[in-house]
Design a protein around this ligand. Structure first.
Ligand code: UDX
Length: 439
């Protein structure tokens, strides 16, 4: 049976969730306090790039299964389920900023006239649901309103969010009432996957623990990559050898510039702080973050190994988004790399298939900062080409053409997208991350 649902927060998670829930046949209201964003959505435009989302968005908007609102009170009037998908960014000390979650809980409370199921989908510290419950009780001003709070963490990867919504490895539902359990099981019944029903704190912790473990795998292989650079071993082959052990698995063992995005950096820091708040030794997660923070500096060292002096050199950069198939530059290594190279006095020619408009808002074009619309134009006259994001089109680049366009044939590969032997065939001086000293 179709449910009436409100989704609060039209970001990467909320918008994908709203569109996909509408595609499942539910009647969905997407809510955001950013009037500009709501106006854009009502105008049939997506404020984010996510493969496959636009087509679904058009379908569900045209069939009026998905509408948009600025006001939470109006949006929740006739719904049974409210998903909280607002941001939980890091505060300066790494703890999660839950002010947006609290604001939504307060507004819901002040407008609650009958039963609602409030579902936290945003990634939140364990036991946040207790605070949501308390906030709703506190602001209900003695009105006895029935409601439940549940945890339903998302495991969407940017660039694959639609795929991950309809074909997840698992759905996790944290509930403390039969009514909430029944509602969420019904909501997700069309999706063929393992549904794990647990208590609410367990569901909240599964999310933080999963993301932190994936980040740990990445920092582990980056730590090994640095040893490979010193010893001549090949980190890709080490990862292959490790990954053949089913207990380890090959995924998330790709060494390079490390993890960015709005999740891993935030979630590892938040979980570290949660452990510390209970006076537990979560130093392991501190090390994960420290290793990750060090990747850009390791990369700049390689650029200096390749070019010696960076001042007045022309450097091409392929890839600005934090990962392929997204326009998202949050915590992207490219931002720190561009800043460092400009500080060193280099001139940059930047190309990215999707993220350039977002980067221009951080680094406007200037005499030493050029945005180009073609990957080969970027290398024209360049002293070096840096691979920062592993977009597929870069992997199949015509290296003969690249070498012929460049002033000096130097490639510093931050994501190990090329095979050293292949590159060297074109007389290119090739540097990568963890595949022994190259040149
Ligand atoms: C992640 C989780 O995968 C997803 O389940 C969660 O819901 C949100 O956070 P996302 O951040 O979109 O998804 O991207 P993901 O593909 O997981 O990559 C995260 C970062 O790790 C990227 O910066 C990527 O470049 C980096 N990465 C990934 C590596 O450096 N090496 C790897 O082997 C894999």
């Amino acid at each position: 049976m179709a449910l009436k649902i409100a989704v609060v927060g039209m970001g990467y998670v909320g918008l994908t969730t709203a569109v996909c829930l509408a595609k499942l046949g539910n009647d969905v209201v997407g809510v955001d306090k950013d009037a500009r964003k709501v106006k854009m959505l009502k105008g049939g435009k997506l404020p984010i790039y996510e493969p496959g989302l636009y087509d679904l968005f058009r379908q569900v908007v045209n069939s009026e299964k998905l509408v948009f609102e600025e006001s939470i009170p109006r949006a929740i009037e006739n719904v049974g389920v409210i998903f909280i998908c607002v941001g939980t960014p890091s505060l300066s000390d790494g703890t999660a900023d839950l002010s947006q979650v609290e604001e939504v809980a307060r507004t819901i409370s002040e407008n609650l006239d009958s039963y609602r199921l409030i579902v936290e989908k945003s990634t939140v510290p364990v036991n946040t649901a207790k605070w949501i419950r308390r906030t709703i009780e506190l602001y209900s001003k003695g009105r006895s309103v029935e409601f439940d709070v549940a945890s339903n963490p998302e495991f969407l990867r940017e660039g694959r969010a639609v795929e991950d919504f309809f074909h997840p490895d698992r759905i996790v539902i944290g509930v403390d009432s039969e009514r909430a359990k029944k509602l969420l099981l019904e909501l997700y019944s069309p999706i063929d996957t393992k549904v794990l029903v647990v208590d609410i704190p367990t569901a909240e912790l599964i999310k933080h623990a999963s993301n932190s473990f994936l980040a740990l795998k990445i920092s582990f292989i980056n730590m090994i990559a640095d040893l490979c650079d010193k010893t001549g071993a090949d980190v890709k082959m080490v990862a292959d050898g490790m990954g053949l052990d089913k207990r380890i698995g090959r995924a998330f063992l790709d060494a390079g510039l490390g993890y960015g995005g709005s999740c891993f950096p935030k979630d590892t820091k938040a979980l570290f702080r949660i452990g510390e708040s209970y006076h537990l030794d979560f130093g392991l997660l501190k090390a994960v973050d420290v290793i990750n923070q060090g990747r850009v500096e390791r990369f700049i060292e390689k650029v200096k190994d390749a070019l010696w002096v960076l001042k007045d050199k022309v450097i091409a950069v392929w890839g600005l988004s934090f990962k392929p198939d997204t326009d998202d530059i949050r915590e992207a290594p490219s931002i720190r790399i561009v800043r460092r190279l400009l500080e060193e006095g280099a001139s940059l020619r930047l190309f990215d298939p999707k993220a350039m408009e977002n980067v221009k808002r951080v680094f406007p074009p200037s005499g030493r900062l050029l945005y180009v619309n073609d990957m080969y134009e970027a290398v024209d006259g360049a002293n070096a080409l840096l691979i920062v994001t592993e977009w597929n089109e870069f992997k199949t680049a015509d290296l003969r053409k690249v070498a012929s366009y460049m002033k000096t044939p130097v490639v510093v590969d931050g994501r190990n997208i090329f095979e050293p032997e292949e590159v060297k065939k074109h007389n290119i001086f090739y540097y990568s991350m963890g595949r022994g000293k190259s040149a």
